[in-house]
Design a protein around this ligand. Structure first.
Ligand SMILES: [Zn+2]
Length: 56
């Protein structure tokens, strides 16, 4: 049930390209709630995605 950091970061990058299933999303959220490293990584990825979308 518990996600490893490796799986979490994989889900984060996949979540940028496609919608995660509700179960994947929930497991990822649970991991992010307890793992500062992955939470920071997710923030960074979301920032990058937004920055990329602003490009023409
Ligand atoms: Zn983690």
């Amino acid at each position: 049930m518990k996600l490893t950091c490796k799986e979490a970061s994989r889900l984060v990058s996949q979540g940028l390209d496609r919608r995660l299933g509700p179960w994947e999303w929930l497991r990822l959220r649970l991991h992010l709630a307890i793992c500062d490293a992955c939470a920071a990584f997710t923030k960074q990825m979301e920032f990058l995605r937004r920055a990329i979308r602003r490009l023409p």
